[in-house]
Design a binder for this molecule. Structure first.
Ligand SMILES: Nc1ncnc2c1ncn2[C@@H]1O[C@H](COP(=O)(O)OP(=O)(O)O)[C@@H](O)[C@H]1O
Ligand SMILES: [Mg+2]
Length: 290
């Protein structure tokens, strides 16, 4: 895929994230999992979302409102569909041949699966950070500037934007004066913060993180956790973690997915960990399975 040629067609597309809330967004509570009143400040609204890989259904009827500028954690046992749900938000599942999505996913009230949505533009508004840090074999500066250049936005103050992104990703102090060194020479934790800086540089509204600290040592993990909490002042963060303590520490709301691809409970993080409504969630939280 050539991102530059895809970007060229973008002007013909509806700008994502600017649409008015569409009137057909379902606002009834009937099909919501436990503890999920509709939130007024929802930036992302999933409605009866199913995802299939070939004939296998990985997610069943996910209905969920993700609040703006908060940290929403997705937890649950391996294989329950956390990564699949995360990828459905910015249409990364499009890149998997056998994946098929049914149902609706609204971003600012616009269905991201509408025909006039350009997935490349969508992914700049809804950036993603993966489990394994994946810097490009380029300088630290070029890693962060990459998104801006692809976007054709390097006419302005690239240096300023790179510096700001590195600062927001809590990496600037550690790399100042060596921005021309390779991103691959950084430690694992620094590489992950570099990837976060790269995602931030294009000025997204939402940052999706798929177990961003699970390949890192405890010190680097704690830096990422602090950073996630800071980022939520400016961005909406949706983070998958298999570490329940991490979800409890850093998230405002927690969604519990359980085996088979069902969202079983979604509520304030405190409530999920202290007083879950579902017995299955309580069993999972207290370590009886999973
Ligand atoms: N690319 C893929 N092709 C086929 N099946 C997949 C693919 N990715 C995930 N799956 C299946 O979908 C289910 C959910 O996977 P995943 O979303 O990765 O779960 P989690 O992130 O919670 O561990 C699993 O059964 C997994 O095997
Ligand atoms: Mg996963």
């Amino acid at each position: 895929m050539n991102p530059e040629s895809e970007a060229a067609t973008e002007s013909e597309q509806t700008e994502v994230g600017t649409a008015q809330r569409s009137s057909d967004v379902d606002t009834t509570a009937a099909d919501r999992p436990l503890g999920t009143p509709r939130v007024d400040d929802a930036i992302i609204e999933a409605r009866d979302l199913d995802v299939y890989y070939g004939d296998t259904q990985a997610l069943h009827g996910i209905t969920m409102d993700i609040p703006e500028k908060q940290v929403t954690a997705l937890i649950g046992p391996s294989g329950c569909g956390k990564s699949t749900f995360l990828r459905s938000i910015n249409r990364m599942n499009d890149l998997i041949d056998v994946a098929r999505v049914d149902g609706d996913l609204y971003f600012h009230g616009k269905n991201v699966y509408d025909e006039d949505v350009d997935p490349v533009a969508l992914r700049r508004k809804i950036g993603m950070v993966f489990q394994k840090p994946n810097p490009f074999p380029k300088s630290i500066f070029d890693n962060v500037a990459y998104g801006l250049r692809v976007q054709g936005k390097d006419d302005g103050d690239v240096e300023g934007k790179v510096t700001t992104a590195l600062e927001r990703a809590a990496l600037l102090d550690e790399v100042e004066g060596k921005l021309d060194e390779s991103g691959l020479d950084l430690s694992g934790g620094q590489q992950q913060r570099l990837c976060i800086a790269r995602a931030i540089a294009t000025d997204p509204e939402v940052i999706l993180m798929d177990e961003p600290a699970s390949a890192l040592d405890p010190v680097a993990t704690s830096k990422i956790e602090d950073l996630v909490e800071e980022l939520a002042e400016e961005y909406t963060v949706v983070i998958v973690t298999h570490n329940m303590q991490q979800a409890a520490r850093i998230s405002d709301r927690t969604a519990v997915f359980l085996t088979g691809g069902h969202l079983v409970e979604f509520d304030d993080t405190e409530k999920i960990f202290e007083n879950p409504q579902s017995q299955r969630v309580e069993d999972y939280i207290t370590g009886k399975f999973g």
